[in-house]
Design a protein around this ligand. Structure first.
Ligand SMILES: Cc1ncc(COP(=O)(O)OP(=O)(O)O)c(N)n1
Ligand SMILES: Cc1nc(C(=O)O)sc1CCOP(=O)(O)O
Ligand SMILES: [Mg+2]
Length: 208
């Protein structure tokens, strides 16, 4: 799997007066290098249309495209992978359907992280690091010290998620995060491109 720094997930509720296409184009112009379509409100048909659009757009930027929850939509549009939560289709079953496409798994404890690694996840989400209002059924924050534990033990790529903002991303990077996953701070920004550039600058600073 291609290494990524800034994983941006869609969140149309954060930009009611701007189109999904405009916002996600700006995000990739600013350096977002992994994109996920996450849509909890639309019909399957509407999700499919958005996925088709984002597949074309991400191809323009040569950025991997992941679909949240809907394996059938991911397969239909030729997405690079899917993201699954703890209550979704189990990883082992999903692997039979998607072959060598990327499978990302949400994890909220070290046991879940170990299990995802053991079962062949390509990456894991680790969160929520901080409180977030972007997900309804969210568990208690796992904290940056837990993130350090993951960084010390887990060998597959992991991406911190949940409440990550420009003002607290240094804490995440100092705890061993090499990439971050963001919704509201990026897609809700009045300067999506500039916000992505600022995240990328901070992540790169930590690499040197
Ligand atoms: C990168 C990443 N990490 C975690 C999640 C959350 O997935 P899930 O637990 O399935 O919850 P929903 O996003 O479906 O509400 C994610 N989408 N992406
Ligand atoms: C979609 C999602 N999953 C999480 C997890 O912990 O698995 S936290 C989260 C919401 C992230 O949005 P924001 O960057 O706006 O806080
Ligand atoms: Mg899910």
């Amino acid at each position: 799997m291609k290494r990524f720094r800034l994983y941006v997930i869609t969140g149309e509720e954060f930009h009611p007066s701007r189109t999904l296409k405009e916002v996600m184009r700006e995000a990739m112009e600013g350096g977002a290098d992994f994109i996920q379509l996450r849509d909890k409100k639309s019909t399957k048909k509407q999700v499919l249309e958005k996925a088709k659009m984002l597949r074309e757009l991400t191809n323009e930027f040569d950025v991997p495209f992941i679909v949240n929850d809907h394996i059938d939509v991911a397969l239909a549009v030729g997405a690079d992978g899917i993201h699954l939560g703890q209550d979704d289709l189990p990883l082992v079953e999903a692997r039979k359907l998607v072959g060598d496409k990327i499978i990302g798994i949400s994890t909220h404890s070290i046991e879940q992280a170990r299990e995802a690694e053991r079962n062949g996840a390509d990456y894991i989400g680790v969160g929520p690091i901080f409180p977030t209002k972007s997900k309804e059924d969210v568990v208690e924050p796992v904290t940056v010290s837990y993130l350090r534990e993951v960084a010390n033990e887990i060998k597959i790529p992991f991406v911190p998620i949940g409440g990550i903002k420009l003002h607290n991303v240094d804490e995440v990077l100092n705890a061993g995060g090499k990439s971050v996953c963001v919704i509201s701070e990026v897609v809700g920004s009045s300067d999506v491109k500039g916000t992505c550039e600022a995240f990328i600058r901070k992540i790169k600073e930590c690499e040197t």
